[in-house]
Ligand binder design. Structure first.
Ligand SMILES: Nc1ncnc2c1ncn2[C@@H]1O[C@H](COP(=O)(O)OP(=O)(O)O)[C@@H](O)[C@H]1O
Ligand SMILES: [Mg+2]
Length: 244
């Protein structure tokens, strides 16, 4: 499968990563290797450590123990510059829709004419053409999240992290975002996304990381994890039971 997508980001891996606060282990992941084409969906109950793991993978948090590696090398600034992240609540500038995109394109040093074309392409990709001049703060929740994703995609990242990007949205807004994510994945962006929506994992995931209590309890092909989970924790979570 990898051979079909040679441009895709290489191996992102976790080696003995631990985060402890007040004597409590919040994250304890001995090994995790994301080297498939993705999308990778991280699933698990509240407090499982999904967001902490995502922040470690993006280098926003330096773990107390262990390392995150990209292609075997400890995650560095160059690796991080090729990553982008979208949060549950979109963080947008108090400017127009176009200006929110122009801001990141300008930082990449693109000339004005090129930026204009890129903005049009991006807005079309997110179904926001026609909203160019609208204030970003007046967008609906779904539109604002689409703009946040476009802004991340404007960076042309190798890896895009998304932390529950649709959890505040209705089904039709969610569907539009899932389509954007799948298109980005098809174009070769590695997607690593947190969700607590099992249906969403079924729709999007190539592989699934199942977490509980700060641990990765299972990682495998989506179909295998969803239809024939190996761990009790994953079985209980998928059955809708309480996992403690
Ligand atoms: N900065 C922090 N200080 C103390 N505890 C934290 C901090 N960040 C997260 N936690 C705790 O770590 C655990 C995992 O959090 P998180 O990764 O946000 O869970 P999830 O995203 O799976 O719901 C939770 O118990 C949370 O309360
Ligand atoms: Mg979270």
């Amino acid at each position: 499968m990898r051979d079909l997508v040679p441009d895709r980001a290489g191996c992102l891996s976790v080696d003995g990563v631990g985060i402890t606060r007040k004597g409590k282990a919040l994250l304890d992941v001995s090994r995790l290797s994301l080297d498939g084409p993705g999308p990778t969906l991280i699933l698990g109950p509240n407090g499982a450590g999904k967001s902490l793991l995502l922040r470690c993978l993006h280098g926003l948090i330096v773990p107390d123990q262990g390392q995150v590696r990209q292609d075997g090398a400890i995650l560095n600034a160059e690796h991080k510059a090729r990553q982008a992240m979208v949060f549950q609540q979109p963080v947008l500038l108090r400017r127009s829709v176009a200006a929110n995109l122009d801001f990141v394109l300008k930082r990449q040093g693109l000339p004005r004419a090129t930026r204009k074309i890129r903005i049009e392409e991006l807005l079309a990709e997110g179904g926001l053409d026609g909203k160019t001049r609208q204030s970003a703060r007046s967008l609906s929740g779904g539109e604002a999240q689409r703009l946040a994703i476009l802004r991340a995609l404007a960076l042309e990242p190798e890896t895009l992290f998304l932390d529950e990007p649709t959890s505040a949205l209705d089904p039709s807004a969610t569907q539009m975002i899932e389509r954007m994510i799948l298109r980005a994945s098809t174009r070769g962006v590695r997607i690593v996304m947190v969700t607590h929506d099992i249906g969403q994992a079924r729709r999007l995931a190539a592989d699934i990381v199942m977490m509980q209590g700060g641990h990765v309890v299972e990682h495998g092909a989506a179909k295998q994890v969803l239809d024939a989970p190996e761990s009790d924790a994953a079985r209980r979570y998928l059955a809708g039971g309480l996992v403690t």
